[in-house]
Design a protein around this ligand. Sequence first.
Ligand code: SF4
Length: 478
Amino acid sequence: MTDQLSHRDGPRDECGVFGIFAPGHDVARLAYFALYALQHRGQESAGIATTDVGGNIMTLRDLGLVSQVFDEQKLRSLPGDLALGHVRYSTTGSSAWENAQPVYRSDHRELALAHNGNLINAVELHSELRERGVAFRSTSDSEIIAALLSTHEAEKIEDAVADILPRLQGAFSTVIMTPDKIVAFRDPNGVRPLALGMIGDRYCVASESCALDIIGARLLREIEPGEVVTIDAGGISTRMVIEGARKAFCVFEYIYFARPDSRISGTVLQGARGRMGEMLAREAPVDADLVIAVPDSGNPAARGYARASGLPQDDGFVKNRYVARTFIQPGQELRKHGLRLKFNPMPEIVDGQRLVVVDDSIVRGNTTRQIIQMLRDAGAKEVHLRITAPPIRHPCHYGIDMSTREEMIAHNRTQEEIAAELGADSLHFLTLAGVYEAIGVTRETHCDACFTGEYPIEGGRAAQDKHAFEHALPLIRA
Ligand code: SF4
């Protein structure tokens, strides 16, 4: 896939997980629709595992979107009382089928596992398991967690989880399925989201509440950092394995990753993003004629900017919603129009206008540069770029692909230099204080390392250098 056609030039989405214990329900179908709602968290592979209580786990996973991997026949071939689901994004080159999830292992105990996050001490854990003679089928850090649990001698899976959880470093919102229960746990810092829901008198867990909405489940609460929740025939039980760690929820979930209709910490993200737009208008007003969004991620913030500034707002681009990952390359003749396959500017709207263009974030800047050029070609008189995140200058060690430092457009550049590099008349990045004010949360309980370089989770030297780490073992993120 070319850069021009890749899903976006921003931070890459991560993974989505789902688990349900619901005898009497069509659990594979519920998992399918939940994954469908979580598709924005990963477009590279999808998988569902099911089992009857006390039966054998069946897993079906493949490369592609949820709708490409599953059809009616495949869903019918997955009967059961429990289901586990996963959608995944990973860096290029790690897209092999073996890395699709759920991971299945049956060493000492049979289990399937779905993971969202990134282990920063994966290399150490991997060598320790290899020394114990444990074989691996994938290069995913998720299989390390699965292997630690599947080979564990403890009689109860929850005891195995409680034993290994303090040894895992990094981000891990994880759901496991054994033949008779679903066990969900979250890292002590709570970097990635994980929500608990209820459907009828049964329970389920999902990365985001939008996956609960689609299957008619009710959001009960979030799984707490360091908490282990069991869902089985007895209902629900919970234990806190690690309490009191510094909380470090990813602030980027609010800015871009999570769906706007998801609720996190009681906040609907659409509302938070609208307030980010309002903050942008307050921090960086500009004499302009029209506010437009880079669709769809910039939409709520563009509305917020227009609201706060009193400027009119319109659609400057039409987005083709069907440009997903495709294996058909555009070829030489069409390549120069690459981005137009996804965004087509509307000269009737932008011609002669001084535009405020609102987007959520910039990583490398290639797409943003082309967007600005397209607007100028369509007749825009001025382009003032407003971004609802601070400049990204540091890689993420907790499950998001941010490119390398050197590839980031904000690396060693001031705001003015970035504006010049992108061809914008002016540029403003929302301040970190503005981000937190818009969300209504504090820095002390969140991670903002990709903006500040202050990594909230202690880790080995490997965690400070993504590439040293990946060279040691070509691990992929979930
Ligand atoms: S480094 Fe950035 S993307 Fe990664 S967890 Fe922290 S805030 Fe989120």
